[in-house]
Design a protein around this ligand. Structure first.
Ligand code: F6R
Length: 606
């Protein structure tokens, strides 16, 4: 979604801001803009389309203070007028904003009554006018910004420059991420650390209600809620700039799918002590005592992370015997359901910035329940707002479609299930052992990429697709369908195979292919029967089976064989295959695989 970059220092700001905006392109956007401050004057340039399109019209500037933005349209279509930065009428104040100002209508009316004219359809435009309104009374940008922030309801990360204070960059955050990179006599502001990693690893994460006043050599943070200055804590980023590069791959998506073996390895490294038969999760150490009394877990997440949560439900219930419910965060936050003190809320999120998942955690803030997280992005909002959690350690995920994060989340959920079971189940040791051999098996699935590509090209013209599976294969079917639809725009649905006769079978004909997850399990015969039923209605079938299942080759049109593994670890191998399938179909259809239309990475608004 929208991205913010700002720079203040002793070297030209524009190249740094533009490079930062490029690094944020993966989040998805439709327009971009920059404001520079030179000789006490603000120059703003905005463009619809790519950051590269903005570069073409940007004039050289010696400015050492600049802010930039990539916009993903929410209020108002993609256009130059709606693009950020937005300015006050006299151009003395320019701002960029991520998030949504919920009371923008009321503020707009109030400002219009005071004589302010609006040019855009955005919620954001109220902010520069509001700062200008208060500046006229106080003659201080800092105090005008603080007062304006108190008027805003909703979520925001904001950067402000003003010709009234041409040597200062202001920033503020509420429920939308903002990080400040600390360099030598310079600061880089960004909504995501990937935009500043090329320059520094020293960062300060702003907290909700924090307002920063940044000059070349100084940074001061005030918290609006407590109305007092805070001492910013400098942290070291655990991120390499190469992690965010495409390398020799054509797309980030295929690069990230290919990272599955090291993703599993990184998730278990130092956590699975196979010789001792122990799972060690340092991130849960401070809540060990509370975990003993957990009698229910509610997993909250969105999209792919929600499907990882569904796999987690099966794993935790099977291994630890604790009842688990998985809820879509966007629904959870509006439900009224009873909670006992023994409930733990477990948020699963790659970005750690998904607005709905944050809101779900916020909802239970005062319930006295344990709030846990499985997060990939270090230092993200969810990582910081939970009582304890386990990092995925998958490295930055750049393609909009989540792939390696799912792999990491499922691996971590398996570790949590093992940890909670405390060795009390017969499945404990075999699963522990199998996790160690999984990176090699993942590599074996990746080696099937060319075979999967041939199958994908054959089915690429399809209009619809059904994904079916049972037990652990069911969430994989849901995730497989999501992956296919988001990158290839083929209508795809995931179903529990047992549901076929309850409706979906009606859709099957020779033009409606099914991707059947039919890996070894006690339920395999039932899935084979479902495939028979589809074949009897002329439906083409691609089957994902375990090596050695020769019977399935008689039934399905195409078979992809996976290495044998435990049922509990099958989702990891199945998903690599469905990710490869979706990727190759999308490439065959000629789409922008890394940035599917209408989608954004890190959904920071409701
Ligand atoms: C699908 C996808 C999305 C995300 C969802 C949650 O490929 O990427 O469905 O999984 O937006 O995002 P996180 O995990 O960042 O909370």
């Amino acid at each position: 979604m929208c991205g913010i970059v700002g720079f203040i220092g002793e070297r030209p700001a524009t190249p740094i801001v533009m490079q930062g905006l490029q690094a944020l392109e993966y989040r998805g956007y439709d327009s971009a803009g920059v404001s520079t401050v030179t000789d006490g004057r603000i120059t703003t340039t905005r463009q619809v389309g790519q950051v590269a399109d903005l570069s073409k019209i940007l004039e050289d500037s010696s400015a050492m203070l600049a802010i930039g933005h990539t916009r993903w349209a929410t209020h108002g279509a993609p256009s130059i007028t709606n693009a950020h930065p937005h300015s006050s009428a006299d151009g003395s104040i320019a701002i960029v904003h991520n998030g949504i100002i919920e009371n923008h209508e009321q503020l707009r009316t109030k400002l219009q009554q005071a004589g302010y004219e609006f040019k855009s359809e955005t919620d954001t435009e109220v902010i520069p006018h509001l700062i200008d309104y208060y500046f006229k009374q106080t003659k201080s940008i800092e105090s005008a910004f603080h007062t304006a922030l108190r008027d805003l309801r909703g979520a925001y990360a904001i950067a402000v420059v003003s010709s009234h204070e041409p040597d200062t960059l202001y920033a503020a955050r509420l429920s939308s991420p903002l990080v400040i990179g600390v360099g030598d006599n310079e600061y880089i502001l960004a909504s995501d650390p990937t935009a500043l990693i090329q320059h520094t690893k020293k960062v300060i994460y702003l907290n909700d209600f924090d307002v920063a006043r940044i000059t070349t050599g100084d940074l001061a943070v005030t918290n609006l809620e407590s109305d007092s200055p805070t001492i910013p804590e400098v942290e070291l980023l655990d991120l390499e700039s190469e992690d965010a590069q495409k390398g020799h791959y054509e797309h980030f998506m295929i690069k990230e799918i290919n990272e599955a073996p090291q993703t599993i390895q990184s998730a278990i490294r130092g956590r699975v002590l196979a010789n001792e038969g122990i799972v060690k999760l340092g991130g849960l150490d401070n809540v060990v005592a509370q975990l003993r009394y957990i009698d229910r877990i509610v997993i909250v997440a969105c999209g792919t992370s929600f499907y990882a949560g569904l796999v987690g439900e099966y794993l935790i219930e099977e291994l630890a015997g604790i009842p688990v419910e998985v809820q879509q965060a966007s629904e959870f936050k509006y439900r009224s359901e009873p909670f006992s003190r023994g409930t733990a809320i477990l948020a699963v999120s790659q970005s750690g910035e998904t607005a709905d998942t944050i809101a779900a955690l916020d909802k239970v803030k005062d319930y006295g329940v344990l709030r846990l997280g499985i997060v990939n992005a270090p230092g993200s909002t969810i990582a910081r707002m939970t009582d304890a959690g386990v990092y995925c350690h998958a490295g930055p995920e750049q393609a909009v479609a989540s792939t390696k994060a799912f792999i990491a989340q499922v691996t971590v959920l398996a570790l949590i299930a093992l940890h909670l079971s405390n060795g009390s189940t017969k499945d404990y040791k075999p699963l522990l052992k199998e996790l160690v051999s999984l990176p090699d098996k993942a590599a074996a699935v990746l080696a099937l990429s060319d075979q999967i590509k041939v199958i994908a090209e054959k089915y690429a013209p399809a209009r619809d697709f059904l994904f079916i599976g049972r037990h652990y294969g069911y969430p994989c079917a849901l995730e497989g369908a999501l992956k296919l639809k988001e990158v290839s725009y083929i209508h795809a649905e995931g179903y529990a195979a047992g549901e076929m006769k309850h409706g979906p079978l009606a859709m099957i004909d020779e033009n409606f292919p099914t991707f059947a997850i039919a890996t070894d399990s006690p339920l395999l015969e039932k899935t084979m029967s479902n495939i028979q039923e589809i074949r009897a209605r002329s439906g083409p079938v691609i089957a994902l089976a375990t090596e050695g299942n020769e019977a399935i080759a008689q039934l399905a049109d195409d078979v992809i064989y996976l290495p044998p593994t435990l049922e509990q670890t099958q989702p990891l191998l199945i998903s690599i295959a469905t990710q490869l399938f979706a990727y190759h179909v999308a490439v065959a259809r000629g789409f922008n695989v890394d940035r599917p239309r209408n989608l954004a990475k890190s959904v920071t608004v409701e």
